[in-house]
Design a protein around this ligand. Sequence first.
Ligand code: DGY
Length: 320
Amino acid sequence: MLAPMARVVVSSVLAVDLGPLLPAGTAVIAPGRGSYSRAELLATLAEADALICLLTDRVDSELLAHAPRLRVVANHAVGVDNIDLEACARRGVMVANTPDVLTDATADLTFALLLAAARRLGEGERLVRSGAWRGWEPTQLLGVPVSGQTLGLVGLGRIGAAVARRARGFDMPICYAAPRPVEGAHELGARHVPLDELLAGSDFVSLHGPLTPETRGLIGARELARMKSTAVLINTARGACVDEDALADALTAGRLFAAGLDVFAAEPALSPRLVACDRAVLLPHLGSATHRARARMAELCAAAVTDVLAGRSPTHRVGP
Ligand code: DGY
């Protein structure tokens, strides 16, 4: 008897066609364009052996109950806060993510945001486009310097370390906060310090850790109050690591120079108070948005599914 055809559900159109990357004979179930809604996704899962999903798909007990044959979830992201890892483990569903391939893209974007926020590029662009610009002025849109200023990295994993390498080109002294000293930090010139010391001593604070119960709301009113009024906060990690109301308070009161945010607590919903802050540079979660990174993320998802369908553990397996 022929083995039944494996069925792979892909919750969204990805940057590359997955068909040729999956084992011959695999049935790929995917939307014609855009992404499946939650209801559509649940409705496709009854026969699915594998799911390739986005960080915007919640993989929880409800979803798993709709997918009795599911063996693997390949998350098209490095962050896995959208996935209930315990529930997957209980059901024997393996989970994989896409590290490394998006590190440079995300570190580049972090630096773009850092420069944009420090030098007020958002305000400058809006001024030019508005037609209200009357020409060069000695005191127009003055920013804060970047070169030689202290960078504080909250988290020194792959992306944090890649940001540190870029910061060295700007002669920035670097410190980092992490639960324990990170191997290789010394070669990056990064000094391990307690979070409070980092907040008080940094000109730029950039967040680079996963969203976990411990990091949810990590930067709130108390932490923002410790930062210099000339400092800039950058977040390309997860929006919920920052208390957005407290950040809006600090920016509105001039207790923080600027913020560069690529991620938001309830994407795509935005805090109207943050939108109203001129000094906040806001991007639509573009960290990994290069053709190369997105193609490689899709390839890693296909590789993880191929591994599990062949009875192997995926290279980038994540567990509870
Ligand atoms: C990730 O991979 O977690 C990013 O946020 C997606 O760009």
